[in-house]
Design a binder for this molecule. Structure first.
Ligand code: NAP
Length: 490
């Protein structure tokens, strides 16, 4: 086993796993070891094992073997295991947060918040699994009965990103397990330690062998195995639109059920009757949490021309006052980007905006600090609509602000994107609340709040931002099939 840094300094060092978790066992890899880097320092944290495609197939075989017994358990018993998993997650929240901050970079308080919000999904689905109801439909003939059963889809493959390395996993795994499915998860290669710690806690919670498996390895090869293995009946993916499209095409081969949670290009609209202070404070949160590496992060701010100068002045002052640094340091508000490539991409977007004649009001460049991948909180105005910063998901601490004259123009600008995940607007007019919420072409709309996700809320996008929903009662639907049963000769 390769070495691992002492920087983790966990209360429970056994949470730090370097092998993969297959069929209830910590299993050595048969592929090349994968280094994990601290994005705040650029220093390696340690290595994790990876699997060959043939070994990933064996993990799916294990999930297939575990399926009949798990599916046959009463939902209440599956819920009890999930509830135990949740309890352990909460008990180990400090360690899980520390692991996350070290491998992902977000401030410790944000990491802890993510752990607890992930745990809330486990609790929700421990209960929701017991409310999977079938139907009895009035039959068209009196000697017959017509019933609809709800059944677990089967073995589910899950692929998750690095930006929420904990909650994205629980958000998929909890409804799948609650429904009676078994899961093979491939987490992001930048943040495997969070996923492996979750597997350790699932093991301790008594989730049976083969029911939840975590594999690591070459992503495209694993994606192909997931698509080709006949036991996999569902793929749930959170990540970029590019990879989402690829996986959707691959899933066509076996007509697998697919959930896709993809990227966003969220507008944040401030109408002329908005509470300006609240709009500024909330836009700072909705833009800069997790250094802007959030699918629902604000990408474009549109402010009514009457408020535009005051909003820009206050927002720019607040952005430039944000404390950028190592997420482990007290007081850090904005951590590093995930890696050098992410930093370069954000730099390119800003350079492109400049080349298009935009003004950089604060920030605009990488921040040489402690060897990490830091970028200054950046505010841009006068970016034309054909600048990349306006059309693409930024995924960094950068935002462009634009003005508008009336509601129709605000809606036109906000909707002028292929993405359709999150949107935000600020108003005190109840009529606008409905007209604008109805007019925005996004899967989620937040009005006078930066809050847009919780276990009780259906989360997901329209247009190229995805297919399906996670959270709420809707989130378990994608892990269930209908079975129609006719009974005759009565
Ligand atoms: P990504 O590059 O698409 O990677 C996501 C996952 O897919 C990772 O586990 C990655 O593995 C894996 N992957 C990469 N290539 C693959 C392939 N050919 N076949 C199978 N799997 C493959 O996205 P990311 O940069 O990690 O995440 C950021 C994106 O996720 C953003 O667009 C963001 O908006 C989106 N996101 C959406 C939501 C939502 O709920 N809508 C939530 C969070 C994030 P490796 O890490 O090993 O490369």
């Amino acid at each position: 086993m390769s070495s691992i840094t002492t920087a983790f300094a966990l209360h429970d060092p056994a949470l730090l796993r370097q092998q993969v978790y297959v069929d209830g066992q910590w299993t050595p890899g048969d592929g090349p070891a994968l280094p994990v880097i601290d994005p705040a320092t650029g220093v390696p944290l340690g290595e994790v094992d990876t699997l060959s495609p043939a070994a990933v197939e064996r993990a799916i075989d294990a999930a297939e073997r575990a399926l009949p017994a798990w599916r046959a358990l009463p939902a209440r018993k599956r819920g009890q295991k999930l509830e135990r998993w949740r309890t352990l997650i909460v008990e180990h929240a400090d360690d899980l947060a520390r692991i996350m901050t070290l491998e992902q970079g977000k401030p410790l308080a944000e990491a802890r918040g993510e752990v607890l919000s992930g745990a809330a999904f486990a609790k929700w689905y421990a209960e929701e699994g017991q409310r999977v109801y079938g139907e009895i439909i009035p039959a068209p003939q009196d000697d017959k009965r017509l019933l609809v059963f709800r059944e677990a889809v089967g073995v589910c493959a899950a692929i998750t990103p690095w930006n929420f390395p904990h909650s994205m996993i629980v958000r998929k795994t909890a409804p799948a397990l609650a429904a009676g499915c078994t899961v093979v998860l491939k987490p992001a290669e930048s943040t495997p330690f969070s996923a492996l710690a979750l597997a350790e806690l699932a093991h301790r919670a008594g989730i049976p062998a083969g029911v939840f498996n975590v594999v690591l390895g070459e992503p495209s090869a694993i994606g192909k195995v997931f698509a080709a293995h006949p036991a996999v009946r569902k793929l749930s993916f959170t990540g970029s639109i590019r990879i989402g499209r690829l996986l959707l095409a691959q899933a066509a081969e076996q007509v697998q059920k697919v959930t896709l949670e993809l990227g966003g290009n969220a507008p944040f609209i401030v109408f002329d009757d908005a509470d300006l202070d609240a709009a500024v404070d909330d836009a700072i949160i909705a833009k800069f949490r997790n250094a802007g590496q959030v699918c629902v992060a604000v990408n474009r701010i549109f402010v009514h021309e009457k408020l535009f100068p005051r909003f820009v002045e206050r927002f720019t002052a607040a952005a430039s006052a944000l404390k950028v640094g190592n997420g482990l340091d007290a007081g850090t508000q904005v951590g590093p980007l995930i890696n050098q490539a992410a930093l370069e991409r954000v730099r390119e977007l800003v350079e492109d905006a400049k080349a298009h004649g935009a003004d950089i009001l604060t920030g605009g460049k990488p921040l040489a600090q402690g060897g990490g991948f830091f970028f200054e909180p950046t505010v841009i105005t006068r970016a034309p609509v054909d600048a990349r910063i306006v059309g693409e998901e930024i995924f960094g601490p950068v935002v462009s602000i634009h003005s508008f004259a009336d509601d129709a123009e605000a809606l036109r600008l906000a909707n002028a994107t292929d993405y359709g995940l999150a949107s935000y607007f600020y108003t005190r007019d109840y009529r606008r609340l409905f007209h604008i919420a109805e007019g925005l072409q996004f899967g989620m709309v937040a009005v006078n709040t930066p809050t847009i996700a919780a276990e009780s809320s259906p989360f997901g996008g329209i247009k190229t931002s995805g297919i399906g929903r996670e959270g709420a009662r809707h989130g378990i639907e994608d892990y269930l099939e209908y079975k129609t049963v006719w009974v005759g000769d009565l």
